[in-house]
Design a protein around this ligand. Sequence first.
Ligand code: IVH
Length: 668
Amino acid sequence: MDKKQLEQKVAEYNKLLSEYGYAYYVLDQPVVSDNVYDQMLHELIAIEEANPELIYPDSPTQRVGGEVLKGFNKIEHRYPMLSLGNAFNERDLRDFDARVRASVGDYFSYMCELKIDGLAISLIYQDGLLQTGATRGNGTIGEDITENLKTVHSVPLRLNKAISIEARGECYMPKKSFANLNKLREENGEELFANPRNAAAGSLRQLDPKIAASRNLATFIYALGGNGEDYDLTSHSETLDFMDKLGFQTNHERQKCSTIEDVLAYIEEWTAKRSELAYEIDGIVIKVDRFDHQQELGFTAKAPKWSIAYKFPAEEVVTKVLDVDLTVGRTGVVTPTAILEPVLVAGTTVQRATLHNEDVIREKDIRIGDFVIIRKAGDIIPEVKEVMLDQRPEGLEPFKMPTNCPACDSELVRLEEEVALRCVNPQCFAQIAEGISHFVSRNAMNIDGLGERVVEQLLREELIKDVSDLYTLNKEDVLAMDRMGEKSVQNLLDAIEASKSNSLERLLFGLGIRHVGSKAAKILAERFETMDSLANAEKFELLNIDGLGEKIADSILAYFNKQEVRDLIERLRGLNVNLYYTGKKVNTEDIDSVFNGKVIVLTGKLSQLKRQEAQAKIEELGGKVTGSVSKKTDLVIAGEEAGSKLAKAEQLGVEVWDEARLVEELSK
Ligand code: IVH
């Protein structure tokens, strides 16, 4: 074969293989057998190896993943990648519809689409050839993951038209690929991915594109970056058809709706059918179709006003109760937790669910060995909804709470009017450990590096007996412990040293006086200014303070009446721990913010903000951040794995936001 013929052959193979790939991966309608495809691909690989000058950037051989990268470059998006406002119920959707109609009148249509649970990507094409692929990043700057995205078969390397365009969409991992991947990882003793979204994100963040290539990722394109009118398009629906023609994979379950009633019907349909899909969806995206209508509606700082994302409510699944774990908290309360056979609920793997207390277990009649329905309250914390009684295996015994403390074996008591069982042994190891963990926690003394494991070890090796001993720790002692390196020990000692100058409210909260949460601690510190004046306060002085009730007053009096408490405070003083209020008092009257005057609880893990940062920002805007949920709480911000506080909020009907909503409101 001469050079010319070879070139022709390569061009033909490139074209054919790309067509076959499109039919297989995008249309899901293979036109040739796997054998034919593989043979042709191998022939092409052989030709390319012998003639490297014939390797074109859009050759299907480029999808196998090339060299390992050193890192990802940053890519600044040409247009910001925005997010969407959320709707959680019919009311939110009708409100959205009313806003749209107020702006564009009654004659317009919506496009409804599935909200794919993956991660947003941007693909840039020049003259029809893929140039770069990026993650959303912070919306302005993303990471260059071109090499990984090239391995994704539904990402065209060359478009059907030689145009320059930016395509935006979602990269995801199909449910089946996810299951296979985790199975493989389990066999290899590797850590499992919690859900398909994490697996997709993890795959795209690999520096070795061969790994991404092995992961069976896919994409759906749902938008064009920039101005659709540049391509003579007048609406979102036309854009999606156009994207289809260019060779992208778009999602075909989309539907045009002319009224909000039709939108609601579409949502109902997909709420019922979502489990049949080959990929995870977490909601429905609704977009005003015509561009001129979109322009009339415009944008907020974060999101278009012409679109909204409806989020599905909690998903319910069945699993088995393997055991009940009992933990002893700082105040001696023994809390039961169900240990579950791991299941995927609403996108994350669940293996524990709080059972709250003995009464809940009895009411629901939960027994070890039972099959139970698990649901995620507010899509965040898992709880046992009910037992599947008709599937109960024979011979299961009703669950009984122990009579003795699982940590120290002393007898448990049920205090009057309380549902909880308590260990009242002040020497109980678990309580002391929890108390110290509380003392060092973020909202208290904020000593980083003292995880539960380290606290327990310090106690077991008798390097500490109570919180004051933290301030006498020396380097040699701590270094001698398991798994403590020079650097982490120094960081820990520095953090302990730094905590000495904390303002009084942190210490007060950290001491764990019953009923004194971080809010009460702050009020007390502001009012009394020194530990000594608080310790010597009369009951009437405490009762005179707004926001403090009799329960707190009595608890404070009882606390400071104890000789061991007085001794502890003297030891802290002797160790130069600050006993004074050094904070600032702010006048919040004229702050214009949704947080102003609200009592807010932060719970669970926050991923975008540090907890303290979130608290500081809320407080700056006049909000009061408290530690526990009560009738007085106005709002609960629930991060990941939020627990009892979220449950309490839901029980009391307190408004709950997720972190995204918090971030959005803070940025207004
Ligand atoms: S449209 C202006 N359509 O959901 C924002 N987004 O909360 C354009 N998503 O970041 C987004 N499926 O990652 C749109 N059919 C769909 C979607 C979708 C999933 C994701 C996307 C976005 C997030 C919005």
